[in-house]
Design a protein around this ligand. Structure first.
Ligand code: GCO
Length: 255
């Protein structure tokens, strides 16, 4: 039955930055497809709230608070998850922040914060999880890119640079780890209603621009990302690696 290929029963998934927004929606979707999911975030209170909500929905979830931009914390947390919860079959590198300011005013420390949270973290977590996946000769890694992996927009130059890097990290890891049976793909969200975009959603002119610039004529809803995540996490995409799947209402396909 072809739909069986989308099932994740018996699989373990780690989703970074999954207390809210895109990460939380994807974590819920992978759990609903049968996976045991480990949530991650830096804020323990937010993480516990997210854990409770998914457990109340009857889903198999755990939580681990660690800072994905700190390699030592990442290695310790990943090894602990592998020992105490299960082998990580699926990694979703989602953790990310955005800061908006003209480049000439952008503080150097804020550049470092954006690159560390969005790009360094994906490398550190992929490496820590990848070592275990290599031993098992299997795994699926999904890096959350962005339409900004392809396009520039004023005031978010560091964010776009970080997401361009995540796109090429995805293709590089696909090249490096295909021989180990590990698939590495990306999802490139368009404009979704998330806490990260709160200021933009409230800006009526900007929100109208998003609708006019998007062929489907609207912002995306978070559950519209779940299908792409389950596809790339599951055997339904067993011969897909190095691919960036844009879930953007057509924004990157058009001017
Ligand atoms: C912005 C937004 C975008 C989107 C998203 C698109 O400031 O333009 O935050 O970056 O949220 O990244 O993929």
């Amino acid at each position: 039955m072809s739909l069986d290929r989308f099932k994740l029963d018996g699989r373990f998934a780690l989703v970074t930055g999954s207390s809210q927004g895109i990460g939380n929606a994807i974590a819920r979707g992978l759990a609903e497809a049968g996976a045991t999911v480990v949530l991650n975030g830096r804020d323990r209170a937010k993480l516990d709230k997210a854990l409770g909500a998914l457990r109340d929905a009857g889903l198999k979830v755990h939580a681990r608070a660690f800072d994905v931009s700190q390699p030592a914390e990442v290695t310790a947390a990943v090894d602990s998850i592998e020992q105490e919860i299960g082998p990580i079959d699926i990694l979703v590198n989602n953790a990310g922040i955005n800061r908006r300011m003209p480049t000439e005013d952008f503080p150097d420390e804020m550049w470092r914060e954006v690159i560390a949270t969005n790009l360094d973290s994906a490398f550190f977590v992929a490496k820590a999880v990848g070592r275990h996946m290599i031993r098992r000769k299997r795994g699926s890694i999904i890096n959350i890119c962005s339409v900004m992996s392809e396009l520039g927009r004023p005031t978010i130059v560091p964010y776009a640079a970080s997401k361009g890097g995540v796109k090429m990290l995805t293709k590089g890891l696909a090249a490096d780890w295909g021989k180990h049976g590990i698939r590495v793909n990306g999802i490139g969200p368009g404009y979704f209603k998330t806490p990260l975009n709160e200021p933009l959603i409230k800006d009526q002119a900007f929100s109208a621009w998003v609708a006019s610039r998007t062929p489907l004529g609207r912002w995306g809803e978070l559950d519209e990302l779940v299908g792409a995540a389950v596809f790339l996490a599951s055997d339904a995409s067993s011969f897909v690696t190095g691919h960036i799947l844009y879930v953007d209402g057509g924004m990157t396909a058009t001017v």
